[in-house]
Structures are given as structure tokens and as C-alpha cells.
Design a protein around this ligand. Structure first.
Ligand code: NAI
Length: 460
């Protein structure tokens, strides 16, 4: 069996960075190099101040402090890193296509193909190429074809090793994964990757399958997780109509061991770079095989999620006497979930967009997201000019500053610190009646009512 001495990972993002840091931490004898075209990102990974890492994840700073410079390196020299490696992970972004065939649904594989071509052009000896990015089922076939036809006669073995970490808990998920999934055809290549993980993951949690099962399982895992969120969110609307309470319903059904208690929290809707993209991709793949009923079934998860975001925004408008024009609405949170600085597909963006259409004035506070990122997210929508976005939206670095003088507070991310605020003091500074719209069911209804807030939470 080939012993892996050098690993390269192409893509130093939310997956490549943390995953490779843990692989390096747990395999001190393996040299791990993470490369990216984005110089600023690599510089941030190399920053001596660990507060400046490009990805915020609890516990990541300690892992980096242990491994970086020992056997973990971040670089923009992609060619050299490919040349030296025995094993190459591809962990680049695979966003939804924004053009051409499959626009709005299919995964855009241009970055994957670029990586494959670069590996093929540079490699002078045999390599194991590992798909870490989430990919449509049967992508390995295309990868193999590119590698075999443009390479220098070297042997490539392709493995699929999708990543199941969740942002916000990436380091604990990587340290203690429910399972590691490795799909492949070549037993020796599979064993080489199994050995890397076996440095800290019990063998029985390292599953091996064929390539296609592994590729498809990642899409299916995300589809099932998102489906649970949409299912409970669908019920949240019914609860609001009937006097049932969605938390009580979730507790009641979650105690059934067949259903289980996790991922049953109603909210303003799921966000993040993966759930929507991966379900859309699944829908696209099903349609491409003419499986209309299958495609329609999964598409409904997205439709319901969009509905939930719109419904929350409309609830705010309707409750505030059908107009938010010129009203100051404080947004608590912008990240798509707590404990991450990632804002991709965050519900906050879409709720803001809806309220801005109604000429609301939004003041945002998020403990980890920069003003620059918030404006970038809004500008990217293209709904209004960058100047208008800056006129209507202010970003502050102090929650009390955001809430002072506000007509309403809207909780968009479940950051723990929001619970610890002095809500009595906040109440004094807000306009009357003082509305709180809790999109995360985070705050204490009894307490806020006692303080005199008009409190709305999803599903109650
Ligand atoms: P990201 O956008 O944070 O990182 C991707 C990085 O790849 C970027 O820094 C980009 O500059 C770099 N890149 C793109 N093309 C390159 C090239 N040719 N050479 C060198 N660098 C290149 O994306 P993220 O979130 O890390 O996701 C990566 C993959 O992992 C995606 O397929 C995603 O679906 C999957 N995934 C993401 C999870 C998440 O929680 N973010 C969880 C599990 C899987």
C-alpha cells in the first residue's frame, strides 16, 4: 500500500481550510499544503494574528496554532503543490449555475474542470485525486476522462470523499465525525485515504462505497436535512393559525425514536451555501433523467423555504400597521447561522431585501459579519443600486446602537449573545409600541411580554 507523505488541497475555503487543518493536526508526519488562487485568503490563513483567519469557527484557531508551519502550509503556488503531492483534494466551490443550460439549478463545474486540467498538466507521477467538493453524481467519470486524456501518461485514481461538517461546529464535527464516507474503485487508493482518517476516526465510522453512491449520498444527506427544516417550518404556519405551538409539536414528535429530536427547530428558513444549491442540483439531476415526480418532490423543500422567508418579512410589515416606510428596523444577526461569519444564502439577506422594497430603514448588528460583506450581499442581489443600499441600510458594531430608536427588532441569526442583552434597557430606547420579531425563537417570550414588548415568534 502506498504511504501518503504529501497532501495538497485546492481551495482554501470553509471546507478546505478547516478540513485540512484537522488532517494535518492528526497526521503530523504528513505534509499538508492548502492552495488557493485568492491571495488575500491565503494571506489571511497565514496571518500571525489568529483573529484574522478568513473562516471563523470555534476552536479553529487552536488547531491552526498547533499545525501551521509544522506540517500545515497555505500557499498560492498551486502548480508546485500539485507536483509534490501524492494525494490531491479538490475543495473548490461548486455554486449553482447562473448562465446557460441548467441556469439556476445545475451545479457549475467550471472550477472543478479547471482543477482537473491543471492537475493533468502538472502531474509527472501517479496521484490520488479526491473529490472533497459536493458534486453531481457521476462527476468522477468526467474528471477521469479529463485527467486521462490530457495527462502525461500518469495514473490517476479518483476517490469521492464528501464533507459532512456543519459550519459553526466544523472543528468538533471534524474531530468527531458521525461517519467519513469514501467512494472509489481502486482498493489501494481507498485504503490510502482510509489510513489518513484512521489517525483519529474509529474504523467502523469510515464507510467505503462505490463512487456513485458516495457522490449521491452527499446530495441526499443535505436534501434530507433541509427537508426536515422545511417540514417543521410548514407546520409552524399551521401552528400560528390553530393555536398550537411549534416547539411543543416538535418536542412531541421528536420523542418518537423513528423521527428523532434533531433538526426540528422552526425558523425564518434555512440558509448557507449548501442546502439550496445541493437540492437544486438534485432536482436538476432527477429532471435530466425525466424523473418528474422525484424532482417536484424535492423542489418543494426550496419553495417552502422561500415562502418562510417571505412570510416572515410580510408578518413584520403587516404587524407594523401595513407600512414600514421610513421605519427603523434593527436586524440582530446577518450570518446564516450562529458561530460562523458565513452569510451565503442567509435568510437575513432576503428578509432585508423584502423590507427595503417597502422603504424600511435597516440597521444591522452581527458579531462576526463585516459591513463590507453585508453591502456585498445586498449589492449582489441587484435589486437596487449600491448607493440606495447604503442609504437604507446602516451597519453598526454595537447591538444597543442598532436598537436605539428602533420601531422593531428582528432576530435573524440565533447568536447566543442576543439572549444576554439588557432588554429592559433596550425597551426604554425603542419607539412605542416596541416590536420584536423573533425569526429564531431565541428570546424569552414571557420576559419580553413582561417588559412590554409586542413579541412575535415563528410558529406560536
Ligand atoms: P469556498 O467558496 O469557501 O471556497 C472555495 C475556494 O476555492 C475559494 O477560496 C476559491 O478561491 C478557491 N478556488 C476556486 N477555483 C480554484 C482553482 N482553480 N485553484 C485554486 N483555488 C480555487 O467554498 P466552500 O464553502 O469551502 O465549499 C467548497 C465545496 O465544499 C463546495 O463544493 C461545497 O458544496 C462543499 N461543501 C461545503 C460545506 C460548507 O459548509 N461550506 C460543507 C460540505 C461541503
Amino acid at each position: 500500500m502506498k504511504t501518503i507523505k504529501k497532501i495538497t488541497c485546492i481551495g482554501a475555503g470553509y471546507v478546505g481550510g478547516p478540513t485540512m487543518s484537522v488532517i494535518a493536526q492528526k497526521n503530523p508526519d504528513v505534509q499538508v499544503t492548502v492552495v488557493d488562487l485568492n491571495q488575500a485568503r491565503i494571506d489571511a490563513w497565514n496571518d500571525s494574528d489568529l483573529n484574522n483567519l478568513p473562516v471563523y469557527e470555534p476552536g479553529l484557531d487552536a488547531v491552526i496554532a498547533e499545525a501551521r508551519g509544522r506540517n500545515l502550509f497555505f500557499s498560492t503556488d498551486v502548480e508546485r503543490a500539485i507536483d509534490e503531492a501524492d494525494m490531491i483534494f479538490i475543495s473548490v466551490n461548486t455554486p449553482t449555475k447562473t448562465y446557460g443550460k441548467g441556469k439556476g439549478q445545475a451545479a457549475d463545474l467550471k472550477f472543478i474542470e479547471l482543477c482537473a486540467r491543471q492537475i493533468a498538466a502538472v502531474a509527472k507521477d501517479d496521484k490520488i485525486v479526491v473529490e472533497k467538493s459536493t458534486l453531481p453524481v457521476r462527476t468522477a467519470e468526467a474528471l477521469k476522462s479529463i485527467l486521462d486524456n490530457t495527462g502525461n501518461g500518469v495514473n490517476f485514481h479518483i476517490l469521492s470523499n464528501p464533507e459532512f461538517l456543519a459550519e459553526g461546529t466544523a472543528v468538533t464535527d471534524l474531530h468527531n465525525p458521525d461517519r467519513v464516507l469514501i467512494g472509489g474503485e481502486d482498493e489501494t487508493a481507498i485504503e490510502a485515504l482510509v489510513n489518513i482518517y484512521a489517525a483519529w476516526v474509529p474504523r467502523e465510522r469510515i464507510l467505503t462505497t462505490n463512487l456513485w453512491s458516495s457522490e449521491l449520498s452527499k446530495l441526499v444527506a443535505n436534501a434530507f436535512l433541509a427537508q426536515r427544516v422545511s417540514s417543521i417550518n410548514a407546520i409552524s404556519e399551521l401552528c400560528e393559525m390553530t393555536g398550537a405551538n411549534v416547539d411543543e409539536v416538535a418536542r412531541a414528535i421528536g420523542q418518537d425514536s423513528r423521527i428523532g429530536p434533531k433538526f426540528l427547530k422552526a425558523s425564518v428558513g434555512f440558509g448557507g451555501s449548501c442546502f439550496q444549491k445541493d437540492i437544486l442540483n438534485l432536482v436538476y439531476i432527477a429532471r435530466s433523467y425525466n424523473l418528474t415526480a422525484v424532482a417536484d418532490y424535492w423542489e418543494q423543500v426550496i419553495i417552502l423555504n422561500d415562502h418562510q422567508k417571505t412570510r416572515f418579512a410580510e408578518k413584520i410589515i403587516q404587524t407594523m400597521y401595513n407600512t414600514v416606510n421610513g421605519k427603523h428596523i434593527a436586524f440582530l444577526g446577518w450570518a446564516f447561522k450562529k458561530d460562523t461569519n458565513d452569510t451565503r444564502e442567509s435568510a437575513a439577506i432576503y428578509v432585508a431585501d423584502h423590507l427595503l422594497d417597502e422603504e424600511a430603514n435597516i440597521v444591522v448588528y452581527d458579531p462576526k459579519v463585516s459591513a463590507e460583506q453585508i453591502y456585498k450581499d445586498l449589492d449582489y442581489l441587484g435589486t437596487r443600486t449600491p448607493e440606495e443600499n447604503r442609504r437604507l441600510v446602516k451597519v453598526v458594531d454595537n447591538p444597543y446602537g442598532a436598537l436605539d430608536g428602533a420601531h422593531a427588532a428582528a432576530v435573524l441569526t440565533e447568536w447566543d449573545e442576543f439572549k444576554t442583552y439588557d432588554w429592559a434597557k433596550i425597551k426604554k430606547g425603542m419607539k412605542k409600541p416596541s416590536f420584536v420579531f423573533d425569526g429564531r425563537k431565541l428570546l424569552d417570550r414571557k420576559e419580553l411580554n413582561r417588559l412590554g414588548f409586542a413579541y412575535y415568534a415563528i410558529g406560536e
